[in-house]
Design a protein around this ligand. Structure first.
Ligand code: SAH
Length: 255
């Protein structure tokens, strides 16, 4: 394999290079890149997808890559539209780049959830994202139950684009992969303080098989018209959001 000869791929950074030209093409098509679009690719690695992205009329392509060896390789791409950051995508202040961004990435699976969380935190500047994830993680985000699934689906509609078998990567990962699309909801801005919302969700989804009445006060459940014997894992996103907002107003009323 050519990559192995040139670069030592690092397990700790979840480096699995996407080899399939067909999948790379499908990713680029799905992004339906228009003239003037600004894109951010997370974990570009050797630049397989990056080079294909540059065959579109995008205006600007930001790259965030944590491995300096990969960054060194990426610098060989000669295109004025590219700007590379040697940085950690789980922490990166994405909106500081300016403008509305489309995100794309064959994510490092060990930190994929953190990158998804950081995407949601920066949703103000991210109307659209397309991520390659571990298939199981993609399915869990789609359906829940988990705090992260509800967190994501409060702000984004998710679409399962396709499954991608392990043999399309090098080295071959132990897990199957899937491409998941995030489309920001037009009316998603009902949360002012997402850190507070996250706290509420992580608490709610711990021991999620318990009846909801063990977590939420009964008068709030009554106001929301939710059966107190329902289990947390049975709640829809809309119900969770309603409970959160009612708990907030309830807190204020109590003060
Ligand atoms: N997109 C490339 C490589 C995907 S592998 C391809 O499809 O061929 C995942 C990439 O994410 C690797 O290059 C790895 O170095 C990078 N990476 C790992 N952790 C990261 C982090 N926290 N922030 C940014 N990049 C990271």
């Amino acid at each position: 394999m050519p990559f192995k000869r040139i670069l030592r791929l690092k397990k700790r950074y979840g480096q699995h290079i996407l080899l399939s030209k067909g999948v790379i093409k499908a990713i680029v098509e799905r992004l339906s890149i228009q003239e003037g679009d600004i894109l951010l690719e997370i974990g570009p690695g050797t630049g397989n997808l990056t080079r294909e992205l540059l065959n579109t009329p995008l205006k600007k392509l930001y790259l965030i890559e944590i491995d300096s060896q990969m960054v060194h390789e990426l610098k060989k791409i000669e295109d004025d539209r590219v700007e590379i950051f040697l940085a950690d995508a789980t922490q990166f202040d994405i909106c500081s780049l300016g403008g509305e961004l489309k995100l794309v990435g064959n994510l490092p699976y060990n930190v994929a959830s953190l990158i998804v969380e950081n995407t949601v935190i920066h949703r103000k500047c991210i109307p659209f994202a397309l991520f390659m994830l571990q298939k199981e993680v993609a399915q869990k985000l789609l359906k829940g139950p988990s705090w992260l699934s509800t967190f994501v689906r409060t702000f984004y509609d998710l679409n399962y684009v396709m499954s991608v078998p392990a043999r399309f990567f090098f080295p071959k990962p132990k897990v199957q992969s899937a491409l998941l699309e995030f489309v920001r909801k037009p009316d998603g801005e009902m949360i002012e303080d997402e850190k507070d919302y996250k706290r509420f969700l992580t608490k709610l989804y711990s021991m999620r098989r318990k009846a909801i009445k063990s977590k939420i006060e009964e008068d709030i459940l009554k106001m929301a018209n939710i059966d107190p014997l329902k289990r947390v894992e049975e709640l829809s996103v809309a119900h969770v959001l309603l409970l959160y907002n009612l708990s907030k107003t309830h807190e204020v009323d109590k003060k």
